[in-house]
Design a protein around this ligand. Structure first.
Ligand code: HEM
Length: 503
């Protein structure tokens, strides 16, 4: 072949190759513009030699806080980040109010996607994604109205749970803080939701409930490693997903009889009644909805209780002051919703623990149900999963000396507020500066109830026990993705003390 022929062939192939490269470029550019129309930075993308996103997920899981913080360096307010749940649009807290007020961003749809809606075994969590919002309605309207009536059963059950798990032993004895808090909370939560005194004290039920929640979170975490189209198939074989399905069946066996139990609505109230009322004739699956309630309440409340105790243990002077507050207020008025509402210092200590160690480094998870253009022009395409960063809650950018625990912080701020009952410094208030219960229209609807039952448990603990927490080498927390969990290795030593007033 002559030299010119080589050149001609090369030119022909070069043309083809160039055409193909241009086509690929335009296809990629089109796709990128579709999901990233505002041309935002993309962090922790997979590297060119990485197949899939496994390594990117590992990098995220090893330092979620560092990654979130690095995204906001150089003044960015929004960026895409590959997290353990693939790409999420991370927004700065400056967007918290606007996102919170806009129902085109839906929490249920986000949770549905993140917790594998449609895959057998995950029905209890996926219930949050139901279009009827039956669960949210039941909590917001029915449970909220019943709360004053629930104080007495909650108080009785908290006393019994502590007697059983922490005992009346006056010598110091050691327990695992997270495990033991979860048992206590599980018993209290079950008493009110199930309305069944026997079942809520049944060790087999409490263990199963705890196991089921843990297995669900672990299985969901494992399943996220698979591409979405393969998850249904993978879930059939993965041991953790099989365990979720098996545990769910056992849970159903416990719950089934409650469906047929006669109750007197004048005397008793249970989740079944609230769900029935909220459903207004629409079909619902009581047993899995009951579990959804337990899931929304149990880990979150265990988390708050354990983290509050951990911080209180380091501040004995604060413990003395809260005890005095309880003795003075509850001693005079008895334990009621109103007197609990006046325990400002206890409220403040809990809010401060939640500020420094909330459920996760990001919050306000939402799925865009349609394309939205925010007031500053940021375009959020339909189907985008977003999260608002909560890192600013824990540092001094918002709260003076914000890295340090100050249990008196919110009580002092509340004293200076015009109206202490509507002040943003209460545990249950949400704002873009403190999103421990999320923020906006879809902020946790169970937070008022959660605050009451956690305070009831803490009143019992503070009056009846001396306690001291021992931390493992790794410190008070452990991470699961971007979720901040109380470290399972934290120990608490307790001994019974003589309470000043009886509850
Ligand atoms: C200390 C305990 C609790 C904490 C820290 C907590 C925290 C949260 C957070 C951060 C959210 C997301 C809010 C947002 O993104 O704006 C949420 C949602 C939710 N929580 Fe809670 N929660 C707690 C207890 C409870 C309890 C006791 C219930 C039920 C009785 C409950 C029911 C729900 C429900 C149904 C949602 C979904 C709301 C929706 O889809 O609109 N939570 N919670």
């Amino acid at each position: 072949m002559e030299f010119e022929d080589w050149f001609r062939i090369d030119a022909k192939y070069a043309g083809l190759v160039l055409g193909a490269v241009l086509m690929i470029y335009f296809v990629l550019e089109f796709r990128a513009r579709r999901w990233n129309p505002s041309n935002l930075p993309v962090l922790n993308n997979r590297k060119w030699f990485e197949l899939g996103y496994g390594k990117a997920t590992q990098r995220y899981n090893s330092d979620p806080l560092g990654m979130l913080k690095s995204g906001f360096q150089n003044g960015a307010d929004a960026f895409y980040l590959c997290t353990e749940s693939h790409f999420r649009l991370i927004l700065s807290p400056k967007y918290a109010d606007v996102i919170g007020a806009d129902e085109r961003f839906d929490l249920g749809k986000y949770i549905g996607e993140d917790f594998h809606e449609g895959i057998p075994g995950f029905e209890p969590i996926a219930n949050i994604a139901l279009d009827s919002k039956v669960l949210q309605l039941a909590v917001k309207t029915k449970l909220a109205r019943q709360t004053p009536k629930l104080v007495a059963p909650l108080c009785e059950e908290a006393g019994l749970a502590l007697e059983r798990h922490w005992t009346d032993e006056t010598e110091w004895h050691e327990l695992k803080l997270r495990g033991s808090s979860s048992q206590i909370v599980g018993q209290i939560v079950s008493r009110v939701f199930l309305g069944d005194k026997e079942l809520c004290r049944d060790s087999a039920w409490l263990k199963l409930l705890d196991d089921f929640l843990e297995t669900t979170f672990i299985a969901a975490h494992h399943l996220r490693r698979w591409p979405v189209p393969m998850r249904l198939l993978a879930s059939r074989f993965m041991p953790s997903c099989r365990k979720v399905r098996a545990d769910l069946q056992r849970v159903m066996q416990f719950l089934e009889p409650l469906l047929y139990k006669e109750i007197d609505p004048e005397k008793e109230t249970t989740a079944l009644t609230w769900i029935k009322d909220a459903a207004k004739g629409r079909p619902y699956d009581f047993a899995t909805l009951q579990l959804t309630l337990a899931m929304a309440s149990l880990d979150t409340s265990t988390d708050l209780l354990a983290k509050t105790l951990c911080d209180l243990s380091d501040h004995p002077h604060l413990v003395d002051d809260i005890r005095k507050e309880i003795v003075e207020i509850v001693g005079a008025e008895g334990l009621t919703q109103a007197s609990i509402g006046r325990l400002y210092l206890l409220d403040s200590a809990m809010k401060e623990s939640q500020r420094l160690r909330p459920l996760g480094y990001s919050t306000m998870e939402r799925m865009a149900k349609e394309a939205v253009v925010l007031p500053d022009g940021l375009i959020i395409p339909k189907g985008t999963a977003i999260m608002v960063s909560g890192c600013h809650m824990m540092d001094s950018s918002v709260w003076p000396n914000g890295e340090t625990y100050d249990g008196y912080r919110f009580a002092n701020l509340r004293k200076n507020a015009k109206n202490s009952l509507t002040s943003p410094y209460q545990l249950t208030s949400t704002s873009s500066d403190h999103m421990g219960f999320g923020h906006g229209k879809q902020a946790c609807p169970g937070r008022h109830y959660a605050a009451i039952f956690n305070k009831i448990a803490l009143c019992h603990i503070l009056l009846k026990y001396d306690f001291s927490v021992t931390l493992p080498e790794e410190g008070p927390i452990e991470m699961r993705g971007h979720n901040i969990l109380p470290n399972a290795g934290v120990k608490i030593s307790v001994r019974r003390r003589q309470e000043e007033i009886s509850l």
